[in-house]
Design a binder for this molecule. Structure first.
Ligand SMILES: NC(=O)c1ccc[n+]([C@@H]2O[C@H](COP(=O)([O-])OP(=O)(O)OC[C@H]3O[C@@H](n4cnc5c(N)ncnc54)[C@H](O)[C@@H]3O)[C@@H](O)[C@H]2O)c1
Length: 357
């Protein structure tokens, strides 16, 4: 169906206001609703639609099923001058992670580095929004999270580790895009399979195995099976690394204990681990920014392989998409708008989605 299905264009501000209103109608504070809405819409702006506002119905279902507390506020304990622990108290993962990054960047401002572990949290969507939060504060960052079982340990046939993204960022210079790496350790993010299912699309055959261990292009069969790790044993090892920091170390669930965002059987108990680093620790900020410019120019100026028009810095494709969508709006398919408007009707909130292209 969906390749040429009509797209409904929504302006990012309308999407933010809509999501904020839905969340506030369920008891989320105005501040936390704004944090969630901005992060989700940023994913849609950056072309990471698998982690955009389409996730809202599943989050609202968690609230209705009593496994996510919309009114929870994250609490922070200062462990050392450069280390904090945040308890998400089973609220949305977005405000908990936002609080952790805010604390990490504040500590880094004074001490050069700041770290925050988050426990008892929930799904926080696209990691890049947290990297952007750090970049906006002028900081380099590492953003780790764990997630529900989807990926086998290397050599195993059942899922144990999460498709837990590893993210990292650094501010750029005057002539470079910021560096933003944000990648799942699987061949593709699981959210892309849910998106294909929603949109009635097939998936590439190297993304997942069905429950019998066979390659599949059917998103439903893939969700019943396992995701394939990127780079074989290396992707599996990265997923375990995310669990060491975000699960074992943080005090949250680990070793297959996280409950997924679409599983209503209990709280997510997701863990995150966040580090912020001041870029002028070893040289002046100007020197750092100039060196980032050199790195960027050397990367994007590399000789191109056959068939490649342009070389991009990590995060740059998404940044270009964001610039375009800020001007032109965000495209959705009708089924996605319908699912969101069904929630709006249930909660008595004004609907979205008028422009059809
Ligand atoms: N919260 C969770 O539990 C969870 C779980 C899985 C995935 N996710 C999110 O899913 C999203 C998608 O993950 P993914 O692994 O599919 O990402 P991806 O494969 O689309 O991109 C991975 C990285 O490669 C870079 N990149 C892509 N194409 C490039 C090119 N041509 N040249 C240079 N760099 C390029 C991107 O900028 C990005 O940094 C991420 O935002 C991730 O945070 C979240």
């Amino acid at each position: 169906m969906a390749e040429h299905a009509p797209r409904i264009i929504v302006r990012h501000r309308d999407a933010q206001a809509f999501v904020g209103a839905l969340l506030e109608a369920t008891g989320v504070s105005t501040e936390n609703a704004g944090i969630v809405a901005r992060a989700l819409v940023q994913a849609d702006l950056r072309g990471v639609e698998s982690h955009g506002i389409n996730r809202v119905p599943s989050y609202l279902a968690r609230i209705r099923n009593g496994v996510l507390n919309p009114k929870a506020e994250p609490t922070l304990t200062q462990v050392t001058p450069v280390v904090a622990q945040v308890d998400g108290n089973n609220g949305f993962g977005f405000p908990a992670a936002h609080r952790a990054m805010e604390a990490a960047t504040t500590m880094a401002q004074t001490f050069g580095i700041g770290m925050a572990a988050v426990k008892h949290s929930n799904h926080f969507g696209m990691s890049a929004w947290l990297v952007r939060q750090a970049i906006n504060a002028g900081m380099i960052s590492l953003v780790f999270t764990n997630s529900s079982p989807a990926l086998p340990a290397w050599g195993a046939k059942t899922k144990l580790m999460g498709v837990s993204p590893i993210a990292c960022g650094a501010p750029g210079g005057d002539r470079s895009a910021p560096f933003i790496l944000d990648m799942a350790p699987s061949v593709a993010a699981r959210g892309k399979i849910y998106q294909a299912l929603r949109r009635g699309e097939k998936i590439p055959r190297d993304w997942a195995l069905d429950e019998h261990g066979r390659r599949t292009d059917d998103p439903e069969e893939a969700l019943g099976g396992v995701m394939l790790p990127m780079g074989g044993h290396k992707g599996s090892a990265l997923a375990i690394m995310m669990d060491v920091f975000s699960g074992v170390l943080s005090g949250s669930a680990f070793a297959g204990g996280v409950t997924g965002p679409y599983d209503m059987s209990g709280p997510g108990d997701v863990g995150h681990f966040i580090v912020a680093i001041k870029p002028d620790l070893f040289m002046s900020l100007d020197d750092f920014r100039q060196r980032m410019d050199v790195l960027y120019q050397r990367v994007v100026g590399s000789d191109k392989m056959e068939g490649v028009d342009r070389i991009y810095f990590p995060g740059e494709i998404e940044q270009l998409t964001e610039e375009r969508r800020l001007r032109e709006g965000i495209p959705f398919v009708q089924a996605e708008i319908d699912a969101l408007n069904a929630e709006a009707e249930r909660l008595g909130v004004a609907k979205i989605g008028r422009t059809v292209l």
